[in-house]
Design a protein around this ligand. Structure first.
Ligand SMILES: C[S@@+](CC[C@H](N)C(=O)[O-])C[C@H]1O[C@@H](n2cnc3c(N)ncnc32)[C@H](O)[C@@H]1O
Length: 524
């Protein structure tokens, strides 16, 4: 497959692997201490910080990155050199791919400035075979008569699946979608209907026959086609009043599809008109409702966010937006009972995102609220980026608590995000490890058992002995305690600062000892 190349592409390719792991610092909790996260900080660092906890767990990613329009908006700059823009996007897309579930998808809004380069970039990161569609979104309806070339009335939404062969799109609910196209000109008691052609584009020789309309007109299928139905089936359909020949009975036959018989939802199309999903103007009015003094200049409408979240996720799934802006996406995810993670580096994380989400929790009635019967409730945690977890020599930052190092070790060894530890360490506390540094967690040295191997971590004096000389050391007494409290007959991998057990004893106990910090590695 041919690849796009640009200056410093090699650095961009390494960036996702090389960017350090940072800790997340919880600043405040709004509403119920839910799993929802709002993170203020550069999304490259924030996405990386999420990896040990959320890799493979996010069902739907929506991003609306700066389009590289060479403008300076009031809340952020959109002026990167073309190669820099590609280098900015590449590692972020790689991390986002790693966060997606196997049946997850990513949706990216963009315009002509970078859309076609972004498509090539997404093909490289997600695989060309996983590209789903380019949607056209009608962002405005008025013609710009002052446009030097063409009036720019649409954006693109590029969609790729992590694995298209298993990704399934949901149907769109019909509620709020007009029944235009349906009518009942013959007063059929079965209600309104729409009609489709009776001929098939791929002809079937046996279905080429003459039809006589009720008014006596004789009709053959159009040249190069055949009827869609056998002669016998056609007669049955006519008897059932499912074929329409026009009010005078002379028209080419049309097949009637009753509204009541159409599947519960609509297959999404690749053309999203403002009547159905809103436009720029509608989105601006929505953000003005919660911050009229400092209007965010490039928001997306809630109805469009709803459309994406509806197609690509189900209640309780994780939705992620790492170019959050005014938080349209996660405000909608909140109202649609999804869990979410939003990342924004600008001050508007505080001036726009927090107030917007607070209003949503209080039951705000703008945007899609009425359509989804939003009544309020829920909550989110507001975090900032903390210190790097390791220094440049690989030494562990003293701020790293047991739960975080446990998450890193578990994810490195098993590839499984630590919030999904399975089975839960025994004695089970029922609490998962928290992405937020210093949060309560099931602090036991047994991290979990995976493929027959049990993983243990001796750190921060986890067994109660906080003396550096002994608390993190695998001694005979510590091994005895581990075997008593967390017995495991099979292979054990134990991380600690050092071990007092000799090679023979380790082998006899089926233990592989790994040394902190040197053996604590992160997945690339
Ligand atoms: C086009 S706006 C998103 C608008 C959003 N969809 C809405 O409805 O309000 C892009 C946002 O990405 C943010 N951003 C740009 N680079 C970022 C980065 N490296 N990390 C985090 N946020 C970033 C900008 O501050 C800006 O708010």
């Amino acid at each position: 497959m041919p690849f796009l190349d640009w200056v410093n592409k090699n650095k961009a390719q390494q960036a996702a692997r090389e960017v350090p792991y940072h800790l997340l610092k919880q600043e405040a909790v709004y509403g119920d201490a839910a799993e929802n996260l709002l993170i203020q900080g550069d999304n490259l660092l924030a996405l990386k910080a999420l990896i040990p906890f959320y890799a493979g767990r996010v069902k739907c990613i929506f991003i609306d990155p700066p389009y590289n329009t060479q403008s300076a908006f009031s809340h952020y700059d959109d002026k990167l050199e073309h190669s820099q823009w590609l280098s900015m996007m590449y590692p972020r897309l790689v991390l986002m791919r790693d966060l997606l579930t196997e049946d997850g998808s990513i949706w990216v809004t963009i315009d002509d400035n970078e859309a076609h380069y972004l498509k090539a970039l997404m093909d490289e990161v997600f695989g060309r075979k996983n590209f789903v569609s380019t949607v056209i979104w009608q962002k405005k309806h008025t013609r710009a008569n002052d446009a030097r070339w063409l009036s720019d009335n649409h954006d693109f939404v590029l969609c790729a699946a992590k694995n298209k062969s298993i990704w399934k799109r949901n149907l769109l609910s019909r509620e709020g979608i007009s029944d235009s196209g349906y009518s009942n000109p013959d007063n059929d008691p079965r209600g309104i209907w729409a009609s489709g052609p009776c001929h098939a584009k791929t002809p079937n020789q046996k279905d080429i026959y003459e039809i006589t309309t009720p008014a006596g007109r004789r009709i053959m299928p159009p040249p190069g086609t055949s009827w869609r139905f056998s002669e016998r089936r056609f007669e049955e359909l006519i008897t059932d009043n499912r074929i329409y020949f026009g009010t005078k009975g002379t028209n080419v036959p049309r097949y009637k599809r009753f509204r009541t018989e159409v599947q519960d939802g609509l297959v999404p199309t690749t053309l999203w008109l403002r009547d159905d999903v809103g436009d720029n103007q509608e989105a601006k009015a929505e953000v003005k409702a919660f911050n009229s003094e400092e209007v965010f200049s490039t928001p997306k409408p809630e109805r469009m966010m709803r459309q994406i979240i509806e197609i690509a996720s189900n209640p309780n799934d994780f939705v992620l937006d790492s170019f959050l802006g005014s938080a349209s996406s996660i405000a909608v995810a909140h109202k649609m009972n999804r869990r979410y993670i939003g990342i924004e580096m600008g001050d508007h994380a505080v001036t726009h995102c927090i107030p917007r989400l607070q209003k949503v929790i209080a039951g705000e009635q703008g945007g899609i609220s009425a359509a989804v019967n939003w009544q309020g409730g829920g909550g989110f945690r507001f975090c900032t980026l903390g210190e790097a977890a390791f220094d440049e020599h690989g030494r562990i930052n003293a701020a790293v608590k047991f739960a975080t190092l446990a998450a890193f070790v578990w994810h490195f060894e098993t590839g499984i995000p630590s919030l999904q530890l399975s089975p839960q360490p025994s004695p089970a506390s029922g609490r998962g490890r928290s992405v937020v540094e210093g949060e309560g967690s099931n602090n036991t040295p047994l991290l979990g058992i995976h493929n027959g191997t049990a993983y243990y971590l001796l750190y921060n004096g986890i067994l109660g002995d906080r003396k550096p000389s002994s608390g993190n050391v695998l001694t005979h007494a510590v091994l005895q305690a581990i075997n008593d409290i967390f017995p495991h007959a099979g292979h054990k991998i134990i991380y600690g600062e050092t071990t007092r057990l000799g090679a023979a004893r380790l082998a006899a106990e089926n233990i592989t000892f790994k040394q902190i910090p040197y053996d604590v590695k992160m997945r690339g």
